[in-house]
Design a protein around this ligand. Structure first.
Ligand code: CP
Length: 318
């Protein structure tokens, strides 16, 4: 595999596997392309023929509501043929390896694989074994990366805050297990956000995040004070070995976003969350449904971002 497995020799996006290492101009190109798709939901005819004749295979080896559905909508709006592999009923259960499954789907003329997997690195493995004309988009791998979530989060921030260069962004919660946090941090720092804070208990917010240019705050009040953007993250129990937290209610008491705590942030601060939300744990309903919440617009922006990513990679040569 080439030194940068996502880009071709002209620096164009061939696969989207991770935001880490992607140049600022590539991120901006995706976001600017997505901007052009933002109004599609309001059109009478919501389709363009950019992916006509292409086959997009959604391979979700891990559960999903938002990512899977918005990738499907995005591919359909681009006029692709979309196939959702039912992993529970697939031959994975008979012991077929991931790469053998991929080889068989390639034999069915797949053009793009959208892959979610509990194993970090699975989309990279697939990208390193596919022929040149096939593209791979990471829809979330283990605790490693969730690049389209990172990009839709950047679209949301740009939509509400316009400029990245004077912002304070606080990411609050279970950061150590979060692929979203990692993708957001890479995107925010690449786009020039001067202060990115990681806020939570020592067991969930490791000190080595400082090496990524992040300010680590174990005190919630310090973390929220003066923030322009607050990104809440759920406790990712499915990736926790146990013993990292006394209880969910204790976490809420110490770090949950409440209307009182949100008053520490700027008056015009926005509240984001990648979903699924756990009400009464990482945030109260009054915050999730309150005037500062942009959680549902994030989901809508995800369609435009995924349309952009699919249309860009599909038109990038090896
Ligand atoms: N944000 C996100 O990845 O949600 P899903 O798990 O529902 O796709």
């Amino acid at each position: 595999m080439a030194a940068h497995p996502q880009l071709n020799r002209h620096g164009e996006l061939r696969h989207l596997l991770s935001i880490e290492g992607l140049p600022r101009d590539v991120l901006l190109h995706i976001m600017d392309t997505a901007q052009g798709f933002m109004s599609f939901g309001e059109r009478e005819v919501k389709k363009v023929p950019l992916l006509r004749g292409k086959s997009v295979f959604n391979l979700f080896f891990e559960n999903s509501t938002r990512t899977r559905t918005t990738f499907e909508i995005a591919a359909q709006r681009l006029s692709a043929d979309v196939f959702n592999l039912d992993i529970q009923r697939s031959s994975t259960s008979k012991g077929e390896s991931l790469l053998d499954t991929i080889a068989n789907l390639e034999a069915m003329d797949a053009d793009i694989f959208v892959v979610r997997h509990s194993q970090s690195g699975a989309p990279f493995l697939i990208a390193s074994h596919t022929p040149e004309h096939v593209h791979v988009v990471n829809a979330g791998d283990g605790r490693h990366a969730h690049p389209t979530q990172g990009l839709l989060d950047m679209m949301t921030i740009r939509h509400y805050k316009r400029d990245f260069h004077a912002l304070t962004v606080a990411i609050v919660g279970d950061i150590v297990h979060s692929r979203v946090a990692r993708s957001d941090i890479h995107a925010l720092t690449t786009l020039g956000v001067p202060e990115v804070r990681a806020v939570g208990p020592k067991t969930l917010v490791p000190g080595d995040l400082r090496d990524m240019g992040v300010r680590v705050c174990h005190d919630i009040e310090e973390g929220l004070r003066g923030a322009d953007v607050v990104i809440a993250l759920r406790l990712q129990n499915e990736r926790m070995a146990g013993g990292l937290l006394p209880s969910a209610s204790e976490f809420h008491m110490m770090y949950g976003l409440t209307p009182e705590r949100m008053r520490l942030a700027r008056e015009d601060a926005i509240v984001m969350h990648p979903g699924p939300i756990n009400r009464g744990v990482e945030l109260d309903s009054a915050v999730a449904d309150g005037p500062q919440s942009v959680i549902l617009p994030q989901v809508r922006f995800g369609i435009a971002v995924r349309m952009a990513v699919l249309s860009i990679v599909a038109n990038t040569s090896a």
